[in-house]
Design a protein around this ligand. Sequence first.
Ligand code: ADP
Length: 202
Amino acid sequence: MVGIVIGLTGGIASGKSTVSDLFKEYNIPVVDADIVAREVVEPGEPALAGIVDAFGSDILLPDGALDRQKLGGIIFQDQEKREILNSIVHPVVRARMTADRDRLKTGYPAVVLDIPLLFEGSQLHLVDKVVVVNVDPSIQLERLMQRNNLTEQDALDRINSQMSLADKAARADAVIDNNGSRDETREQLEKLLLRWNIKEEA
Ligand code: ADP
């Protein structure tokens, strides 16, 4: 069996993590790009050595772990440094995700790559099908404000800094509408799994 590779994405607070958890409940493995991106810069990993070469050992905390806050501050306003960081980290993340994908897809009917910037980072070639978790702007705003305890303006700034969710939905192979209850979202996912022959009728 060679499973189908599904790229899962959305916008901030659209419900991507919620849907990712649902995939796992259906026993479909999920490779999470954010987790992989953290793992590749753990102490002892080559990418961390590369970051120290580029940014100096001041970028480490006393215990040898990456000082993410400091690095975030450095790259926030400096595009050149951001590109340097990306050139160190991205190839390693991509290689590890590809390896995880290939290992998992031989044992499962599907494997999910959970990639927040699937479209923006031109990573579409990693997957067979794209699923976008979509919500209406007003619900996205409300859920983001509540989850991250943000003012309306701060939440809007974060939403507007991303590619619009509607544009992503328009480019997806399947859209999961997460405006309703979690149960309604689960029903849509189940239908999709049946349609794509990932799950058999109970
Ligand atoms: P993302 O991973 O896309 O940023 P989350 O899955 O974390 O989004 O969802 C954003 C917030 O909205 C979370 O606080 C989550 O608990 C809540 N949420 C997600 N889906 C629903 C839903 N269908 N009904 C109610 N709340 C939801």
